[in-house]
Design a protein around this ligand. Sequence first.
Ligand SMILES: [Zn+2]
Length: 488
Amino acid sequence: MKSLATSLAVAAAFLSSFVLAQDGTPTIVQGGTNPYTCDPTKCIAPKCMCASQTPPGGIKPADAPQFVTITFDDSVQPELLQTAYDLLNVQNPNGCKAKGSWYVSMMYTDFSLVQSWFAQGNEVADHTFTHVGTPSAQEIQAAADMLKAYAGVPHGMLKGFRAPFLNYTADTLKEIAAQGFLYDTSATAVVDDCYWPYTLDNGLANDCWTGICNPGTVNLPGVWEVPMYAVLDNASIPQLMDVYLAGTPADVTTWSQTNFDRHYNGNRQPFGIYVHPTHLTNYAGLPDATALKSGVVSFIQSLASKPDVWFVTNDQLLQWMQNPVPASQLASQSYMQCSKPVTPKEICNGLENLNYNSTVVTGDLINACNFNTSNFATCFNCPGSAPSLQTPVPASGVANGTAGYRTPLPDNCNPLWWDPVAGQCLCTTSSCAYQDTSVPKQQNSTNGTTSGSASPSTSGTAASSAAPGPVAATALTMAAALLTAFIL
Ligand SMILES: [Zn+2]
């Protein structure tokens, strides 16, 4: 069995092949060698991690969790969010719902839905303002600022970045490091470079055909790369995003299963399912996506039947990478818990009930912001003019101190406890009441199939009501450590 030490000098030859990048654009991958080197006696966890095909911490592959990351890209809209929840409608072994990561671009995004997704324990990450490749610093920063101002996702909880079209350069990686992001996930891993996530202290070890792995090109201590794991089709062509567009649902399921087994029966590197939800969502006048989506959902549900498969966000994956434990101990890790705050009143924190009328989102507490080019709902103040790349967060349309003003999220309050209407943090101590939202895992469970509503709280409530008797609020006082994990 290989040990971590084998990553001391990685010099893998690459097969000539091509990758279908986002939106199906083919990219030629030249043959070549990997110049990446890393000394694991000098690169020490948790701050530094060499690229390695084997699990971190000396954990044997058979004892490692098999992580599955389901990620979504681009704008967040009601129908797209529903598609995401339909894919994530499975449970982890500890009874918590599967979690996903969304790489959000700003155009056409409804920020009340971003906040709702985040409040469910899912990850929100940066995918630029206008969705451009090789993005400028301004493109990256503008998206982060809007996600904070209108979705209440503070910069400290916005940890990840993915380049639109997966089109990134060394400068892109340097820029996300400068802006304080924890990780990038734009690089492609095929077979010879199928590494677990690693830090960029010693540079990049994927996409080496571009020259980006050459010594000195990228050296970013403590910044992680979470490679995107390709699926080889039956012609051994790597497919990366929207694999379900590359063949019939039956063929895609076969390739996906074969590649999953390569991970699961091999070194347990994470397995990724990378989705543009527009392709799996039905729109009037466009081809019916029902069969495509059913194929993906069935595949995900088959993976969920394995006792050591965990559906996690890239943020959760990196928390494990920094403190790896065997699969047998994962259920008790703080970052794998699921709960929601028990607030004394309904507040605008992403957990309130929303209504969906066509594509319009409404709720008692949210504001509707309408401009010619962008319309969105938010718990926070509507801007006085439409956000732009130059001015992503224009001055509020309502003045501070006047009726209807919403107080921006302060840095010292957990977003789930912030009441922007009252301008009050409802949790100011280390002991605040949370309700555990896990339910015992049922094999082949398909309950909670939602109809129409994109609100996961609807299905969550239904599942809870199905339990014997009324739900006595199992408010549990979370340990200070867990609370700390929620705060910046
Ligand atoms: Zn995109």
